[in-house]
Write a protein that binds this ligand. Structure first.
Ligand code: F6P
Length: 366
């Protein structure tokens, strides 16, 4: 489909960040603003995702001086939300939600924008795809610590989250060993096990439980007891928030309601209690939670984010709309949005990282 509002020369680019934050968002914003200026274009920053196109006065011109110094800062200077779908905007009436998509299209025109750069994860990308189908010329930049967006080997934020979780696992090793305990650490990732698998292997965990491989607790307990018999009296268990036992369900702290997706959490507490019971060993758990999304991006994420932002502007100028930037090492490429929307990139069961984990003596609970 070609965008009906697309113009041949682009002068004003709207920019927004949507969904949960990820370290590197500011690096993309900086890269878009600087590249746009380099090519003689203005960037208009829209606040709190698509809310910047719903509510008046929620946008501002971003000049290169406005993005100086933000490369290394977590969060997003534009703000974000994962509750602001304009096609089903939550409102406090009995109606529940309202469709503000037409207003967004009107605002896009009133602001005299020529294109949008949308930085977001799966939810934001599917909203963007709907606006693309309504004729808004846009290019998307994939973002999530979960690394679960298809067609790109990496999203920025993932490396930072894995580095943080690895550091946490390193710290847990010393206290686990001192007390001869089982330490269970819960990491984010939604329904994909990328963070757990990478941080678990990098941190030298003994057990890694991921959503892609439902676990058998008795096998995990046996592995921990076996370690005892050869003198390793402690164990580190990394569990993804979306992991579940064979035949069981994921642990949910808040069920989905309306436009809001379910919130995962609580699996580490369950696993720790069951392991204590099954092994007789004292067990503790820790949930890393939103700490994984905070702090400065790693150099890898800064590079990826900067390359994504610069490439997004190139695509806008080339009129390659309805696309998402992707990392196909060593290249940054464009992928049609319709190849992304509605899909999740899980850890392939034949992945070399899974084989490597097993070769390192790590139990995956199967
Ligand atoms: O998608 C990123 C993520 O951090 C997931 O790993 C996690 O399940 C979710 O967002 C948490 O969302 P919220 O910030 O709404 O609690």
């Amino acid at each position: 489909m070609s965008a009906s509002f697309a113009k041949t020369s682009v002068k004003r680019i709207g920019l927004l960040t949507g969904g949960g934050d990820a370290p590197g968002l500011n690096a993309v914003i900086r890269a878009v603003v600087k590249s746009a200026a380099h090519h003689g274009c203005k960037t208009i920053g829209l606040e709190d995702s698509f809310n910047g196109l719903i509510e008046p006065d929620r946008c501002r011109v971003l000049a290169p001086r406005d993005v100086t110094g933000i490369l290394r800062i977590g969060g997003t200077i534009l703000g974000t939300t994962n509750r602001g779908n304009p096609f089903a905007f939550p409102i406090e009436t009995t109606v529940g939600t309202r469709d503000y998509s037409e207003r967004c299209v009107e605002m896009f025109q009133e602001l005299k924008l020529d294109a949008l750069v949308v930085i977001g994860g799966d939810g934001t990308l599917s909203i963007a795809d709907r606006f693309w189908q309504l004729g808004i010329p846009l290019v998307c930049v994939p973002k999530t610590i979960d690394n679960d967006i298809p067609e790109t080997t990496n999203t920025f934020g993932f490396d930072t989250a894995v580095s943080f979780a690895t550091d946490a696992i390193d710290r847990l090793h010393t206290t686990a060993e001192a007390h001869h305990r089982v330490m269970v650490v819960e990491v984010m990732g939604r329904y994909a096990g990328w963070i757990a698998l990478y941080a678990g292997v990098a941190g030298g965990a003994d057990v890694i439980l991921i959503p892609e491989i439902p676990f058998d607790l008795s096998k995990v307990a046996k592995h921990i007891v076996d370690r005892d018999t050869f003198g390793a009296r402690f164990s580190i268990v990394v569990v993804a928030e979306g992991a579940k036992p064979v035949g069981g369900e994921v642990s949910v702290v808040q069920p989905a309601s309306g436009a809001l997706v379910e919130r995962l959490g609580g699996i580490a507490a369950r696993v720790a209690a069951q392991l204590e019971e099954a092994t007789g060993k004292e067990s503790r758990f820790v949930v890393l939670g939103h700490l994984q999304r905070g702090g400065a991006p790693t150099s890898f994420d800064r590079m990826l984010a900067t390359r994504f932002g610069a490439r997004a502007v190139e695509l806008v100028l080339a009129g390659q709309f309805g696309t998402m930037i992707a990392f196909h090492p060593p290249d940054i490429v464009a992928v049609p949005l319709d190849r992304i929307v509605g899909r999740t990139k899980n850890v392939p069961l034949d992945s070399d990282v899974i084989r490597t984990a097993r070769a390192m003596g790590i139990t995956l609970g199967d």
